[in-house]
Write a protein that binds this ligand. Structure first.
Ligand code: DGJ
Length: 544
């Protein structure tokens, strides 16, 4: 009897110890396998379920995911494009309609709907700011202007939450508290499936309508000394600062103490630096609270400044390239600084946002034929971890230009991601204005130009070239031709031993036609005609 009692008494204790250990072990196991950014060779890649992952994505219209009914018929269409990832808002107003009361319905519903189509999600945390404004804050925040103060634009109070450190702490804490609750929930419901692979924190932050907040608290901060944390960063990174930021600091005498205006000038550009510091401090704090609970990669997106536009005509303080250093000085919880890249000079902006410390991710960009082209340049030339045209839910049904590009890239993604780490990939776009480009690959020179044969001339070409071996290349795209020449010191000449078109399915190559005659311009060029995207393999031979 006594023995039985002892067993009965011990069993619940033993069970709770066992379940505690099990929970601890399984948490560790999940954590090791969380979606993460990892430096691999010369690139930083997004790792999902232990493997590099390329997001071939699209972002929904802002309001679509506020209704699960509205979303229901869209998911199969998104999967059919074919996307592998959907960027979708989760808003503070709907998540915490009453202070402290969280509504998980939309998050859970979106996860279930995405999983049915085997799609991943990137959630956009639309909270204190969206496009510089504060329309996504819950009503209990909007109503309490004392607890959650607003900015002053040219002496007029505006309905935009302030970000000034010290003044906006209650807003920051409420925002961070809600964000941490989102992350806690994701940890509970998604740490095995990894449907959610990344988080965007806020959306296109920055002050609109003025270059800086002119509330009395903001003015007081602006006329105080620049914090030592920022000055130490500037000193430590002096020689690698963004040239525009460095120039501003130099113009003011490269001071290492003083007010914001003394260090960076009393101009709109100086104001932008002040605002960048304040937004960055806030956003890093929110991201850090979320990461402490569930450590997913996090990024911020940028409303890009036009040429010669004044801060305030675009959100002043958002992570424009010239102030990314300021953002980095303010914290490290944000992993990626992203451009919302609708501008025509795609390669210029891609180049500015692809940094050693921040991989390129394009959360918003054009779709259609521009997107179909640019995705090759982004993933080929800049090892972009993802590409995501905006308003993806209003794309036409059926085969689209973007879908054709995504389908082809997805089929070669494992090879592409592997070769990216060794620097063996180049991407390009060709137009009549820029009809050719050259790269060095395997020590040889790869010359790309718009395709032509007899009287047929391509007007546009795009694609990527992957070196898969010393004499072997994989090409994807259309409208271009390739000539490969040896470096000048080589005693050998080069010729094409074979060119085959084909397809990849689940990593298995199925060859189609052997391309010769007109299809390789009688052995002179490796050709990709302008009709449709092709996947082709070329093998070289060397001779004297
Ligand atoms: C950029 C914003 O980030 C999006 O939410 C959306 O408003 C688009 N602009 C509209 O073009």
């Amino acid at each position: 009897m006594a023995a039985t009692m002892r067993v009965r008494l011990l069993t619940p204790i033993a069970m709770s110890v066992a379940s505690f250990l099990f929970a601890a072990i399984s948490t560790c196991a999940q954590d090791a396998n969380l979606p993460r950014l990892e430096k691999r060779g010369v690139t930083t890649q997004l790792i999902v379920d232990g493997k590099p992952f390329l997001m071939l994505a699209g972002e929904l219209h802002n309001s679509s995911s506020s209704s699960l009914e509205y979303m229901k018929p869209l998911w199969p269409r998104l999967a059919a494009i074919p996307l592998n990832t959907v960027l979708t808002p989760v808003s503070w107003e709907l998540f915490e309609p009453t202070e402290g009361k969280y509504d998980f319905t939309l998050i859970d519903g979106l996860l279930a709907q995405a999983r049915e189509q085997r799609l991943h999600i990137v959630f956009l945390w639309l909270a204190a700011w969206k496009n510089g404004m504060s329309s996504y804050a819950p009503v209990w925040v909007k109503q309490d202007t004392k607890r959650f103060p607003r900015v002053m634009l040219h002496n007029n109070p505006a309905n935009i939450l302030s970000t000034i450190a010290g003044f906006s702490d209650a807003t920051r804490d409420a925002d961070a508290h809600a964000f941490a609750a989102v992350m806690q929930h994701l940890r509970e419901v998604d740490s095995r499936d990894h449907t959610v692979i990344m988080m965007q924190v806020e959306n296109e932050v920055g002050i609109l309508g003025d270059s800086r907040d002119h509330s009395s608290e903001a003015e007081r901060t602006f006329t105080s000394d620049v914090p030592p944390q920022l000055i130490e960063y500037l000193k430590a990174h002096r020689d690698i600062l963004d040239p525009e930021l460095r120039a501003l600091w130099l113009q003011q005498g490269e001071k290492t103490s003083g007010t914001w205006a003394q260090l960076f000038g009393d101009t709109a550009r100086g104001d932008e630096i002040f605002m960048a510091w304040n937004y960055a401090r806030y956003v890093h704090a929110v991201a850090a609270r979320g990461k402490a609970v569930y450590n997913l990669p996090m990024y911020v997106n940028t409303w890009l400044a036009g040429e010669d536009t004044t801060p305030g005509d675009y959100p002043s303080g958002g992570p424009q390239p010239r102030v990314i250093d300021i953002w980095k000085a303010a914290g490290s919880a944000i992993d990626i600084y992203s451009p919302d890249l609708y501008a025509a000079n795609f390669s210029y902006w891609a180049n500015r946002y692809h940094r050693e410390s921040s991989p390129l991710f394009l959360p918003e960009t054009n779709g259609g034929s521009a997107g179909a082209t640019n995705v090759f340049y982004a993933v080929g030339e800049h090892a972009a971890i993802g590409f995501s045209p905006f308003a993806i839910d209003s794309f036409p049904e059926g085969t689209t230009d973007l879908g054709a590009s995504y389908g082809a890239i997805a089929s070669v993604a494992p090879i592409l991601l592997e070769q990216q780490t060794k620097g063996n990939v180049h991407g390009f776009t060709l137009t009549k204005e820029h009809p050719s480009v050259e790269f060095s690959m395997n020590g040889d020179t790869v010359h790309l130009s718009l395709d032509e044969i007899f009287d047929n001339h391509s007007e546009k070409g795009f694609g990527l070239i992957i070196a898969t071996g010393q004499n072997e290349f994989l090409g994807i795209g259309k409208g271009f031709r390739v000539l490969i020449t040896p470096r000048s010191s080589s005693p050998f000449k080069l010729g094409y031993a074979s060119i085959d078109e084909g397809t990849y399915e689940d990593g298995k190559w199925t060859p189609g036609r052997r391309l010769n005659g007109d299809e390789n311009d009688q052995g002179n060029y490796w050709r990709f005609d302008a009709r449709s995207i092709k996947i082709e393999k070329a093998v070289l031979y060397r001779y004297q």
